[in-house]
Structures are given as structure tokens and as C-alpha cells.
Design a binder for this molecule. Sequence first.
Ligand code: AMP
Ligand code: MN
Ligand code: MN
Ligand code: MN
Length: 287
Amino acid sequence: MHRIDLHTHSHCSDGSLSPQALVEAAHAAGVTLLALTDHDSVAGNAAAAQRAAELGMGFWPGVELSVHWPRPAGPGAAAPGGRAVVIHVVGLQVQAHPVLEALLCRQQQARGRRGQQICARLQQRLGADPWPEVLAAAQQQPEAVSRTHIAQWLHRQGHVRSVQQAFDRWLGTGKPAHVQPDWCTLAEGIAAIRQAGGRAVLAHPTRYGLSATHTRLLVAAFAGAGGDALELPDLQVPVASRDMVARLCVQHGLQASVGSDFHGPHLHWRRLGQVPPLPAGLQLLGH
Ligand code: AMP
Ligand code: MN
Ligand code: MN
Ligand code: MN
């Protein structure tokens, strides 16, 4: 039996384990093929690959890019569309390439700037400056700062009852400390992954708060820009939405990918190697 997990995070982005510890945990969980897909970073791939080789476990270097998709006005929409939505594109089997490196450099600078801007807003409203502790949680790398680190600070300080509430009250779109980040476009992200020899996967297609119509438009745009696969939603997602994703794979000639989106043992509902089964008629990416 193969256990495949093609979407995971380490402390090089907003995961809690080091790349080596992540590989060890995946191996212990019976995973036979793992991909590390940190947000806008490939920093952990070399260490993870080395540990996986020592353990005899399959490993793909990866990344999860944050990109902008300019949501079009859907058919029948009352208001014009236009506002860009942040979409996540997983790149798998990526190699070192100047185009991807340049794009990651830009994304990381945008991350560092945005993290400081969010912390400045929180300091204005709450008094204390989260930045030093947020930076420490991100391994002292401003370019690795995620809203997750800031949400965890808000929770530790008792400003919110949960990390989820930190997003709902402060960090989510339209909330007081939301800063619109300067991400690349969907097409730029896919092109950079493909130029680096990788395959592009539309991460968690049902988790963007989009209508079914807009999800279909997003998948069409993703396929049209050279995307390779859709990530299958987990079994908590309603069956109608999971069926829609499977149908969209067939309709656009896309493969399927599976991943837990593991961030660490603290998010106990996302376990390493816990991925949905492949529906009949779909092809698993790279297999
Ligand atoms: P960023 O890429 O810095 O904008 O941070 C996005 C990350 O925050 C995602 O990868 C999730 O891990 C986490 N996240 C986003 N929304 C929520 C939420 N509502 N509750 C908890 N975590 C979230
Ligand atoms: Mn994350
Ligand atoms: Mn994601
Ligand atoms: Mn992820």
C-alpha cells in the first residue's frame, strides 16, 4: 500500500516542524512519497530530500505559491467582479531555475513588507508590537512570515480565543489588520513552476469561498494557463463539491493530486498521509 502526501509545510513557512522532523513524522506515518510545499519558499527542500534519502522514502521538492486571480464577473452577477482573489498553486518536482528563483524572491519581499505592515497596524490598535515575536516564530526570516505566525501571537497574547478568530477579527479580507499583499498572477505562478520543470497543482479548489460558477471559471483559467492537476478535497468537504472537482479534472484533461496540507501536530484534523482516495477515471499526478 502506498501512502502519498503531496502537500505539507515545515517551519520554513508556517508549519511547526523542521523539514527533517517533518520527513521523520511522515515516514513514521507510513508515507512512501512526500512533497514539501512551503508557502513561497523552497528553503527546506534540500534538508528534507537528504533525510528522505537516508530513510529510503520517496520525496518531491515543492512549493505553494500565493497568486492573484482577477475574479471575473460571473454570468448573472449583480455586481461587477474584478476584485482579485488569492489562490494557492502547489508546484511539485520543481528544480532550481532563475525564473522561479526571481519570482520567489519577489514574493518573499512582499511577505516581509506585508508582515511588518500588519504588525504596525496591530501595534496601533493593541499597544504591543507583535513583530519581534512573529519574526522569532518565522526562524528570524522576515520573508517567511505568514499570517499564521501573527494569528498565533494574537492567540498567545489572549487577544482572541483561537487562531481562527484571529483571522475572523483581524487578519481576514476586509478586517482591520488586513493588508492586500502584492502576489504574482495565476499565469505567472504556473509559468514559473513549469519553467522550473515542475507540475502545477491548484491547491484546495473548494477553500476559496467561491461560488460553483466562479470555481469553474477558476479551473478553466488554471487549465488555460498550463496547470497540470487539481488537488482533491478532503472527505470533510460535501460530496457534491468533491464530485464537481472530479468532473472538472475530466472536463479539462487535468490530473488529480492528493495532499494533507499538514502544518504540524497541533492541527490534529490534518494528519500526514491522510488524503482522500482517487475517484475512478482520474489519473494521479506523476503516476
Ligand atoms: P499567508 O500566506 O501569510 O497569507 O497566510 C495564509 C495561511 O494562513 C494559510 O496557509 C493557512 O495556513 C492560514 N490560514 C488562512 N486562513 C485561515 C483561517 N481562517 N484560520 C486558520 N488559518 C488560516
Ligand atoms: Mn499555511
Ligand atoms: Mn494553501
Ligand atoms: Mn498549504
